[in-house]
Design a protein around this ligand. Sequence first.
Ligand code: SF4
Length: 342
Amino acid sequence: MVKPFVPQLVYVEPNALTYPLGKKLITNFEDMGIEIRETTSHNQVRNLPGDNHFQRYRVAKSTLVVGLRKTLKFDTSKPSAEYAIPFATGCMGHCHYCYLQTTMGSKPYIRTYVNVDEIFEAAEQYMDERAPETTRFEASCTSDIVGVDHLTHTLKRAIEYFGESEYGQLRFVTKFAHVDHLLDAKHNGRTRFRFSINDDYIIKYFEPGTSRLNERIEAAVKVAEAGYPLGFIVAPIYLHDGWKQGYHEMFEKLEAALSTKAKKDLTFEMIQHRFTKPAKRVIQENYPMTKLELDESKRKWKWGRYGIGKYVYMDEEQEDMKDTLGGYIHKYFPESNIEYFT
Ligand code: SF4
């Protein structure tokens, strides 16, 4: 069982201490006996302990920077929402295929932003621009926000903030089961709480440092009981020997655990495994023993964002995934909605 995250090392930007959350976090970390270093900016975070890249990467993944979000211009976040709302960056998990490995490059430490009210103000402007259309905000584009939230409670505030909003909705996804502090948040049904799930084989070999499938399912049951709209992202869908059986068991477990009520308002998103050439290099550097199959010749090349091509599964394999997993979903969750396959 993965314990709730506690940083090994904390950096603080001086400005962060002028915000109540910054002050509170640092006091808590001091009380916990964690080493705290000052830094003028997260870019100055250097000299992490470790003799080589491999060790420093692991230290960085358990280092937390308490700072401010400077850019208050939000990225778009298709297909699941209109905008990405930035409360944190980075993640303590060690999923071999994590998208953050390439987007965060040489700075894999975790950052939490304490100027939460300013982030809400920016969100308000985005909502005003689109009103009376609903604006959906995705809170997990740059981190697994739930994984760090038991320390900050920023997500909890965001859930309550959007709970009171007229035109805003919040979404996020997690691979962590540490959700207890979020259960009593006044969400008013305006937050869709999603869990990223995969079969046991994939979680075991490729998702170290995250909660196991059973733990995620138990957490999802609690979240549904707390009245949240619930969703699951099956990602990345990865073909391995026995994948049909593995995914079948996953959906069977889910079906057995969820209540009839929870099954009524349920969404599924399906994302196949993909990689880019730069991602492959980073994965092989950070996880040299990985069993992850990254053979370009077995994949189909597809244009990606910023002109970097990505390798997805062949057309027939994609059809097989869609039919097989889509079939399980229709069988076990006939009232659910499959939002997309990509
Ligand atoms: Fe990346 Fe999500 Fe795994 Fe964290 S839990 S390492 S964000 S894939």
